[in-house]
Design a protein around this ligand. Structure first.
Ligand code: ADP
Length: 159
């Protein structure tokens, strides 16, 4: 049974993330979406809200589940018996960061592989950061996030 962990901040989940999730769910027996508790990034949404939005957005993908973990990603991956960490790659700017993180995770847990999946041409320009900026200024989120996430974003930014 090949299990993959797709990890990230998902603050919030975008249709670019969803595209990666749908594609990798066809490649692995089970996909676990791991919401990271990041101490480095300040988030708009709580981990619980981010998990709920992911569950809403992915709908009924049978072999996909959502989890969160405070601590090292590799420790979570080992604890559930997964073999692979999946990350998405949009442009060259993502590459250096992803390469350094993959190398560090390899050092920490040599038995775990990082697999990088190219963003689809439709979504390579979509990032949670840009989405929040658009929402903050009242721009259209059509085709970028789910309806539910668009509503949550508007509510969160009204406060
Ligand atoms: P992080 O803060 O850990 O980078 P993100 O939630 O921003 O988390 O992204 C999680 C993963 O998904 C990262 O590997 C990122 O490069 C990838 N990703 C983000 N947006 C897209 C997209 N539009 N298409 C493909 N991959 C993406």
């Amino acid at each position: 049974m090949q299990k993959a962990v797709y990890t990230g901040s998902f603050d919030p989940i975008t249709l670019g993330h969803l595209d990666i999730i749908q594609r990798i769910s066809k490649v692995y027996d089970e996909v676990i979406i791991l919401v990271a508790h990041s101490s480095q990034k300040s988030s708009l949404f709580s981990v619980g809200d981010r998990e709920a939005m992911i569950r809403q957005t992915i709908g009924s993908l049978k072999n996909v589940r959502v989890a969160s973990h405070e601590g090292l990603t590799v420790d979570f991956v080992k604890s559930i018996g997964a073999q692979v960490i999946v990350r998405g790659l949009r442009a060259v700017v993502d590459f250096e960061y992803e390469m350094a993180m993959a190398a560090m995770n390899k050092k920490l847990a040599p038995e775990i592989e990082t697999v990088l999946v190219f963003a689809s041409p439709d979504y390579y320009y979509v990032s949670s950061r840009a989405i929040k900026e658009i929402a903050r200024h009242g721009g259209s989120l059509q085709g970028l996030v789910s309806e539910d996430v668009a509503v949550k974003l508007r509510e969160a930014l009204k406060k």
